[in-house]
Design a protein around this ligand. Sequence first.
Ligand code: TYD
Ligand code: MG
Length: 547
Amino acid sequence: MSIPAGAYAQAVARTTVHVCSQCGLQSAQWHGQCPECGEWNTLIEERLGSARAARAKRPRASAESAGGGRGARADGPLPTPVALADVGAAPVARLSTGIGELDRVLGGGLVPGALVLLGGSPGIGKSTLTNMVLAHLQRDGARTLYVSGEESAEQVRLRAERLALGDALGAPAPAGAAGAIPIDTARRHAAAPAPALQVPVLAETDLDVVLDVLAASAPQVCVIDSVQTLRAADMSGAPGSVGQVREVAARVMELAKERAIAVILVGHVTKEGALAGPRVLEHLVDCVLQFEGERERPYRELRALKNRFGSTNEAGLFEMRQGGLVEVLDASARFVAEATRAPGSVVLAAMEGSRPLLVEVQALVAPSELEQPRRVVSGLDRNRLALVLAILGRHGGVRTAGADVFVNVVGGVRLEEPGCDLAVALAVASASRGMPIAAAPRACFGELGLTGELRWVGHPERRLQEAAKHGLAEVIAPPGSGPGAREAATLREALAAALPAGPSGGSRTRRAVPEPTGTALANVEDRRARAGERVLRPAPDPAARDA
Ligand code: TYD
Ligand code: MG
């Protein structure tokens, strides 16, 4: 139902309107299906005559004000654009959260007046992280406020008590110490409340109340947990609906910018982003952080998806323990120590933002019963695996067409950089041949080109340094990586270096294999067949079938 321009519409004093996000239709009522364009679930409630709408109605000349003209009125003098060099850029005084990994991901700490959206699936540790942040800030003398719409104040206190135990004075608990603190320590904390217990908490879901308290108590840092639980009374949608979430964020932002309050908005986002609620805020907020990991495993990764005040390359690694989240400062050491070095395992010298990280990449290749063999990957892009398998088949002589391939980055780490190609290729080759990577310990990195060449990737010196620091002296790397690298120009060279016993499989069959005739790797398939080793059943070639 579109708004009739007649008397009825004027008679009804409405404050909100439902707007179709597809065709822009405005309707007084909510519809599941847009009566205009027929799309489902596209009508979103919006406030009529909001500050945003007022801005939109402002005359063009002032709406486009730039530089020093910020905040100029429509009826005031026309602002003059200012050269960037003349714009005074006051250095941003950031507030350290007391958690190094988080500060790094934020680009150096919280910026007053900035809105940070912390997304993650339920139970991943968002409340724990934000509780810890406020405890640290409280300890450092900052004014804080924790708004909980999800849990009662008692529940928040219970968590804070756990944190106070594991995190006696706010410093990250040393490995193994968490949870081992004796009970009498807890009693001492009860006498002099730990910083985690001094954080003011407000259990409230009414947006107006929250804003009033926020304005009255004027904290420097505020956490709203979660944005989906607050409700603007004058909007009809249920809490967590797109309209409500947008309204809540917009009004919190208005106040936060006005009073220079750094706000962390917690939002539940499933991995697929299915609960689209907080996603609609991404353009609005200054910084979007995603807290990832698997609930069953202890490692948690924090990355910036958007950051107006820093890089989005950074990622922080945490471990969930009994006493809260602990920063994993030397993740490389841990991952290298845990690496199995069995067939199918290879250590990758990766970059996580500006920081090198050694991780183990594992692969399993098994004959498949399926028409379309499985390609299962965790911690990497699935399409990247498909590409690497194609390059391996074409330029490395490792065919996996009839086999299920599983690739996993150990520890639940997610890698999003091109330098992991070579590690995936070597892990798959090693698994497919049942041979461990030669002369382990050894690491690798590099991007694979479509013609089988190994391509240079960023920060080779830092990757090599990190590998050397952890005793992985020889690193297979692309040309131009510098001293300390065992450079390989192509995938074939890298395979020859990593699996030098030849392409014929494990030592079981090596004696039976005749000396290679052509270039070693060109004979991969032939030699396997001649050695009598079971060759993975190749899938029917679709091109041949069609012909
Ligand atoms: P929580 O922070 O409540 O998750 P979210 O706010 O993202 O939904 O905590 C999630 C899990 O962390 C919870 O199942 C219990 C666990 N946990 C610990 O293992 N140690 C701790 O010290 C705390 C506070 C929580
Ligand atoms: Mg929570």
